[in-house]
Write a protein that binds this ligand. Sequence first.
Ligand code: BGC
Length: 491
Amino acid sequence: MTVYVFVCVMIAAVAGLIFGYDIGVSGGVTAMDDFLKDFFPAVWERKKHVHENNYCKYDNQFLQLFTSSLYLAALVASFLASASCSKLGRKPTMQLASIFFLLGVGLTAGAVNLIMLIFGRILLGFGVGFGNQAVPLFLSEIAPAQLRGGLNIVFQLMVTIGILIANIVNYFTATVHPYGWRIALGGAGIPAIILLFGSLIICETPTSLIERNKNEEGKKALRKIRGVEDINDEYESIVHACDIASQVKDPYRKLLKPASRPPFIIGMLLQLFQQFTGINAIMFYAPVLFQTVGFGSDAALLSAVVTGSINVLSTFVGIYLVDRTGRRFLLLQSSVHMLVCQLIIGIILAKDLGTTGTLGKPQAITVVIFVCVYVMGFAWSWGPLGWLIPSETFPLETRSAGFAVAVSCNMFFTFVIAQAFLSMLCGMRSGIFFFFSAWIIVMGLFAMFFVPETKGVAIDDMRESVWKPHWFWKRYMLAEDDHHDVEKRTD
Ligand code: BGC
């Protein structure tokens, strides 16, 4: 690992930080009275009558749209970003991301009406779509092969650090009246500037240059990032991979072929499941949720800082374990772990939190503790693995397209949770935790029967070592072989 690669990794990972910051900041801001008064007076009015209905005081489609619009925009943007990644390169795509981020920050922090606010969130969403597509690709293309898995999770680590920073900023700016929320939303401008200027220093990846027939520049870039003169082996293998990939004219069509089905289906379902663990109900709305169970505004924001810290620390556990115990163990262990937490939280709320009144101190503290234990389980499993598995199971020719579909599925389900959670909390009350529990059972069973172990398998050997021997997925591989046979015979 050269110093130059290290610098490039750090700069690129700043995009993860901004993504995390945007996830964390919205919940804090929506719990601030100054913000509600300016943009969502109806919610503010309802909140003043705190004891009227615990579960429904934040239920407002526009308030949810403030959070969710970002993910809808990111969904659309990730397809544009995938085209931009292959036509323009990874580096300009990151630069575009930073420009979207800066414009979005300016509009949201300076907003004087709801339109500016939502429009700003949409621009931030474009930043997220472009960043989340380009950065993981960039990281895995400049990383030395033996560090690829760990570096991939660095992106998730930065996301969690971004969420934590946002939680801390929320905590402090909540006491700054009346513009604390502007500072909180404007905070994302600092990493956006770092990304903009930083992305001038970083290089384009050799793969991206060679893919666009700039072979000499690709060689130069490879020498620079590896810090040695003799890069021929790696150069040849990139050229070879690019040759194969260039024979596939339409990777999206190829994704629909039977042989692509295992990584395609797993990649999409992991995104659905990752979001239906209910994690973002907590990441977006932790302060709101903690107020719902009866904490004051301050204590609620502070609890979000605690869950944010646990999220960061537990991600390190994931980095440590993922190549030791393997992916399956983490997915299965955490399914049981998260299920127990959701059930306990649901039972306490069902028993002790009526529509009015608050929880007793001991019950409220128990809820916070189990929220923390739950976040722990997510952070070392479904969080990072939701991104890692789709990035390592597609063959090169469909990798970028497959990953783009996974990113946009993730954004879609994140959007669904962001848009629906507060209404679901209002309609289902404590039942929402049983709803997520049911999903966790489904995803645990899915992981048990359908997600094979990919620990230590070379990235281009998945078909032979993973799919072909798998009790279920092998049928698509056999179908493909038959198909080849038929083709050969008719030849
Ligand atoms: C998920 C985000 C989530 C975050 C929490 C990520 O893997 O994609 O939706 O907010 O983890 O740390």
